[in-house]
Design a protein around this ligand. Structure first.
Ligand code: AMP
Ligand code: ZN
Length: 124
């Protein structure tokens, strides 16, 4: 897969998008990649990223609306394709206060056969 024009060689998710480091990808197209979180906190735990390097939700601008919509529309399809039919959780940690670790926009999508519950700190 060729690099997106905004490729940041120091960004781990840009490098996953470009195929430079391995990931368990479950879906990809010209705009986005979905892959399994390396430290899953639920039976299904995938990350949805745009190929474009956008550091976080805090940097989203109106011109990103279609891209973000595309990512979110895909979430339900991917969860269903993995065999989960009774809901899921979507989380986007943003910035220092949001305890974001990787500064390339991503949505966590988690699913299970039973309710995930609400952890006290909601830490992902
Ligand atoms: P956060 O930025 O806090 O929303 O979390 C970043 C997430 O990326 C964590 O859940 C990590 O387990 C996950 N992660 C970090 N490196 C990788 C990787 N190489 N492959 C898959 N997931 C990763
Ligand atoms: Zn990046």
């Amino acid at each position: 897969m060729s690099q997106h024009p905004s490729h940041d060689p120091s960004c781990i998710f840009c490098r996953i998008s470009a195929g430079e480091i391995p990931a368990q990808k479950v879906y990809e197209d010209e705009h986005m990649v979905a892959f399994r979180d390396i430290r899953p906190r639920a039976p299904l735990h995938i990350l949805l990223i745009p190929r474009q390097h956008i550091p976080s939700m805090a940097e989203l601008r109106p011109e990103h609306a279609a891209l973000v919509g595309h990512l979110l529309v895909k979430a339900g399809d991917l969860v269903r394709a993995e065999g989960y039919t009774d809901g899921f959780r979507t989380v986007a940690n943003t910035g220092r206060v949001g305890c974001q670790e990787v500064y390339h926009l991503h949505f966590h999508v988690l699913a299970a056969d039973a309710p995930l519950g609400v952890p006290p700190t909601f830490e992902l």
